[in-house]
Design a protein around this ligand. Structure first.
Ligand code: NAG
Ligand code: NAG
Ligand code: NAG
Ligand code: NAG
Ligand code: NAG
Ligand code: NAG
Ligand code: NAG
Ligand code: NAG
Ligand code: NAG
Ligand code: NAG
Ligand code: NAG
Ligand code: NAG
Length: 497
């Protein structure tokens, strides 16, 4: 009896079939949802230590709408219906925050509503009987967009990021970031296509396409790559920082994803993406070598003419984005680079005591020495420049694409190792929290009192889907996809040609 129990634990806890692993991720999703529902709903996010709510995203229940499509792909009918009952009660014209982010609201709420609509109208239709519950999703998506579109009233058509919803005014200086301007096209174009109102798509496309011809032209040192901040009144860039890091990341990500959404409408976006990845390979990608002689591949940043050999956790989605683009454009070189970049972040995850990767790392030997990290650098080929983990999905996202596109089981194992680390280290007893130190297995060196909505939208979704069976919403191995995931991991049905 005893040895059988141990054997069973060993199978589920250490190795486990893909089905057992998928079930374990579903349980973690349920635990996160239950804690949020009990202590924070309908606030935006759970504060798991103080067991209260956080409202940083308009106060319309961000975790519920971010988590809805994860509940759908997991087939969690109870949670799906809890959220669907809530959706029509939201009033997107009412908000007591003086500034709501156009970017965050688009990727979390608009993406979540449209994805749930596409899934429940299609491959997950069996989860809901009343069609009104599904049509409400689209009605609310349009209502949200109508309350946000005041953001596009700058001279150039590029959006402001801050909106006072209640007053329908824009907030703050006329400056905005590359990602906030350039990653609205998927959601707003999908909304246009579903409602028949082309204006939504036009607004987002005009903004994104402004970035294709940067002014002054010298701000772009390499084809396809531009700095991370603009004056949206004059259209001039006001920064000299070029990277795939936060603030820029999803601009590049959406170029290829827009093309996947509609190859005929967005072929110029594909060209921009190919230029950007070619430039990235040539100018920002580097190898570092471990003590045992293995090469690790990373992507650095460019500031005012100076290369910096650092990479943040946020950038670790890049392996997945290269893999997706490589599969769609049939470029094996991009698939190979994508796998090398994914491997680089596995090395980072595998190097910590919790098996969770750091907030940022550097492969600069001189800087390692200045920080007393030479031994670590010599052994690993890098050292940590930030040790926190903020429940972020990007590395799991790259594992997901690597598995779906190559079918190599090792990526499922890597994802499972990270899941087990996150599930045990970040668990507070009532939901999950961000942690301070990935090298400390005791509560990750201390919790930060927040369960981000993207834990439910992205971390659990990628950790689940990599172990789950084939389905229409899964990324395909051959570059022909029925759905494309927005930057918050919301799968949106492609429009095709
Ligand atoms: C602001 O909105 C939140 C969420 O709807 C609500 O709980 C809170 O009472 C409101 N605060 C004020 C001052 O109206
Ligand atoms: C709307 O604007 C008025 C006048 O500027 C201001 O007093 C009020 O606080 C604003 N409302 C909100 C919700 O910010
Ligand atoms: C939908 O209706 C069928 C037949 O009445 C029932 O078996 C099923 O449980 C219902 N599903 C939901 C999600 O309510
Ligand atoms: C959207 O853009 C297309 C193409 O430029 C144009 O034909 C159409 O009139 C626009 N529609 C709206 C509602 O802005
Ligand atoms: C990118 O590089 C590939 C391989 O070197 C080349 O075939 C392709 O034409 C390049 N694309 C662009 C847009 O520069
Ligand atoms: C690392 O890259 C170099 C080329 O720079 C190559 O010669 C070497 O074989 C690679 N090492 C491994 C272990 O793949
Ligand atoms: C980087 O590492 C990869 C994987 O080992 C190797 O194929 C490639 O040649 C290396 N590139 C350079 C410039 O060292
Ligand atoms: C960028 O570098 C130039 C000289 O190379 C310098 O004059 C300028 O002040 C720098 N700009 C910033 C923002 O650091
Ligand atoms: C490496 O670190 C040194 C010392 O901090 C710095 O001067 C140099 O610019 C860095 N180089 C790169 C490529 O990051
Ligand atoms: C995940 O964490 C929960 C909460 O501590 C626990 O009940 C569950 O067994 C864990 N799952 C795995 C696979 O370790
Ligand atoms: C690990 O974190 C715990 C909880 O914050 C703390 O008490 C402990 O001192 C830390 N251990 C080390 C080795 O830093
Ligand atoms: C590509 O794979 C999908 C499933 O992921 C399949 O439905 C489709 O038929 C395949 N297309 C080709 C051309 O093989």
């Amino acid at each position: 009896m005893r040895s059988e129990t141990c054997w069973a634990l060993l199978i589920v806890g250490v190795a486990g079939s893909a089905a057992d692993r998928a079930a374990a991720v579903k349980q973690a999703f349920q635990l996160s949802w239950d804690a949020y529902y009990e202590h924070a709903f309908p606030h935006d996010q759970l504060k798991p230590i103080s067991q209260s709510g956080d409202d940083s995203y308009g106060g319309w229940g961000a975790t519920a709408l971010d988590g809805l499509d994860t509940a759908i792909v997991m087939g969690n009918q109870v949670v799906v219906n809890q959220i669907l009952d809530y959706v029509p009660t939201i009033d997107f014209s009412s908000c007591n925050q003086s500034s709501v982010s156009m970017f965050e609201t688009t990727i979390r709420y608009l993406g979540g509503l449209l994805s749930a609509y596409d899934l429940l109208n299609g491959p997950a239709a069996n989860l809901v009987n009343e069609t009104s519950k599904v049509t409400n999703l689209l009605t609310q998506a349009a209502s949200l967009a109508d309350n946000l579109k005041v953001a596009f009233t700058s001279e150039t058509g590029m959006p402001y990021n801050g909106i006072d919803i209640q007053n329908q005014t824009i907030v703050g200086e006329p400056t905005n970031g590359l990602a906030a301007i350039g990653s609205l096209v998927l959601e707003w174009t999908r909304l246009a296509d579903l409602t028949g109102n082309a204006e939504y798509g036009n607004l987002s496309q005009k903004a994104a396409e402004y970035l294709f011809n940067p002014q002054p032209s010298w701000v772009s040192p390499w084809p396809g790559m531009v700095p991370d901040n603009l004056n949206i009144s004059t259209g001039e860039f006001i920064s000299d920082s070029i990277s795939w890091d936060g603030g820029s990341d999803s601009y590049y990500e959406y170029l290829i994803k827009s093309y996947i959404y509609s190859p005929s409408r967005f072929s110029s976006y594909r060209d921009q993406w190919e230029e950007a990845v070619n430039s990235t390979i040539q100018n920002l990608m580097q190898n570092t070598t471990t003590g045992s002689g293995q090469n690790l591949t990373y992507v650095g940043t460019w500031n005012n003419g100076t290369f910096s050999a650092t990479m943040g956790h946020l950038v670790s989605f890049i392996g997945g984005n290269f893999l997706l683009g490589g599969s769609v454009l049939q470029r094996q070189d991009l698939i190979d680079y994508g796998l090398a970049l994914t491997e680089g972040w596995y090395a980072a995850y595998n190097s910590s005591a919790t098996k969770i990767g750091p907030g940022a790392l550097s492969w600069n030997a001189t800087a390692a020495g200045d920080n007393g990290q030479t031994d670590t650098y010599d052994e690993l080929g890098f050292y940590y420049t930030a040790s926190s983990y903020m429940l972020r999905p990007e590395t799991l996202e790259s594992y997901y694409y690597a598995y779906r596109i190559t079918g190599d089981e090792k990526y499922r194992d890597w994802s499972w190792e990270a899941f087990v680390g996150i599930n045990s280290t970040c668990w507070t007893g009532s939901g999950y929290a961000e942690i301070n130190n990935v090298d400390n297995t005791t509560q990750g060196g201390g919790f930060n009192d927040l369960q981000d909505s993207f834990l439910l939208a992205e971390v659990w979704k990628y950790a689940y889907l990599i172990q789950a069976d084939d389905a229409e919403w899964q990324v395909s191995s051959n570059g022909t996809n029925s759905f494309v995931f927005n930057t918050e991991a919301h799968p949106i049905r492609v429009s095709g040609n």
